[in-house]
Design a protein around this ligand. Structure first.
Ligand code: F6R
Length: 364
């Protein structure tokens, strides 16, 4: 079943161009470059507030989507991990939309949060990879990811497919609310359709990342930094590394470093910086300089333009294709997944079945 791959996780990382294309195909219409969601009787233009609830990697997909819903559809988003959401007496206004993101569709805390929202008059949107799951059955608005079965415990292809669905949904909502013109919609759709090719270009760096893994594998702690929609990617990178290589890792918003975590930096701590060139680049680079001035060993993940500007003095770099900001979170997921994967291989851990973890967490 693994074909030529050593692990399911590796196979699933490499399937991403195909499964993201499959997922996009069911939400985007190529003939006129428009977004086409499944039919449902709920008026998306009336949504005044979105509540997003998920766990782990699916939660990070929701964090990325918050930027999109707010930027495109101008709808405020309240997001929380399911285990916290349930116990904080969230304010749920009548007519709100609650979105639940889950690969398995069975995560106990997320499912309980879904039921709580349903009881409190929310319309239930579910982004799920297992179409027969409990969450899928209880959805008002079912938005499946078409990632195919994900066997590796560490989620990879489900994440990028979740992002694809969420981007389409945010754009669709913007159109419905009259905030996105026909031309803008066509442009967004065209950029989303570029994602599979860009994922392929990112995967081409597999060998470089495999050699770099030897630099990271001896570390005791690793930090990941990102800004804007790349901040959740930093959290995702850290989670992937922790769960399969057992190296302690944390993700931070780049600008938050100087408020504490920079105290951790010395020349033994690799710092992985996710920074596509663009409006946020300069700021992230200055945060990177602060880290470098304290001896931090930087791995810069950026495009050719960004690397040209800022790779001097880095321990290593990973070149990503130059992509539209909308699809950057999908594309930058690849190097963080591959880095975690190769570090785990160097360390000889059980990549597909990491210790203490289960694929589907059905206890609260
Ligand atoms: C991380 C990972 C977990 C899951 C989390 C939610 O690689 O796999 O953090 O993302 O347990 O699972 P689902 O998406 O099935 O609700």
């Amino acid at each position: 079943e693994k074909g030529n791959y050593r692990h399911f996780m590796q196979k699933e990382i490499f399937e991403q161009p195909t499964v993201v294309a499959q997922t996009l195909a069911s939400y985007l219409r190529r003939s006129d470059n428009s977004v086409a969601l499944p039919q449902f009787d709920f008026d998306l233009s009336s949504v005044r507030r979105i509540t997003i609830v998920a766990c782990g990697t699916s939660f990070y997909a929701g964090m990325v989507a918050k930027y999109w819903f707010e930027q495109f559809a101008r709808v405020p988003v309240d997001i929380d991990v399911a285990s916290e959401f349930r116990y904080r007496e969230p304010v749920l206004e009548e007519g709100g939309l609650a979105l639940f993101i889950s690969q398995s569709g069975e995560t106990a805390d997320t499912l309980a949060a879904l039921r709580h929202c349903k009881q409190n008059g929310q319309t239930i949107g579910v982004i799920v990879n297992v179409p027969t799951s409990s969450m899928a059955r209880e959805a008002d608005l079912l938005l499946p990811t078409h990632a195919g079965p994900e066997i590796g415990v560490a989620s990879t292809k489900a994440f990028t497919c979740q992002l694809a669905v969420l981007a389409a949904l945010a754009a669709h909502m913007a159109v419905k609310k009259g905030l996105m013109s026909r031309e803008e919609e066509q442009e967004v759709v065209a950029h989303l359709l570029e994602a599979p090719a860009c994922l392929n270009a990112a995967l081409d760096h597999d060998d470089d990342i495999a050699s770099m893994a030897h630099l990271i594998a001896p570390a005791r702690d690793v930090l990941y930094l990102g800004r804007g929609p790349d901040f959740p990617l930093a959290l995702e990178g850290a989670l992937k590394l922790k769960e399969i290589s057992y190296i302690h890792a944390e993700g931070y918003a780049s600008g938050e470093m100087k408020h504490g975590p920079i105290a951790l930096i010395d020349n033994e701590v690799p710092v992985i910086v996710l920074a596509p060139s663009g409006p946020l680049f300069e700021k992230t680079v200055s945060n990177m300089e602060e880290v470098r001035a304290r001896g931090g060993q930087i791995v810069l993940i950026s495009d050719a333009e960004g690397l040209e500007q800022a790779s001097e003095g880095c321990m290593a770099t990973i070149e990503m294709p130059k992509v539209h900001p909308l699809i950057a979170p999908l594309v930058y997921a690849v190097p963080v997944q591959l880095l975690a994967y190769h570090v785990a291989c160097v360390k000889g851990t059980d990549v597909d079945q990491p210790r203490n973890l289960a694929k589907s967490v059905t206890v609260e």
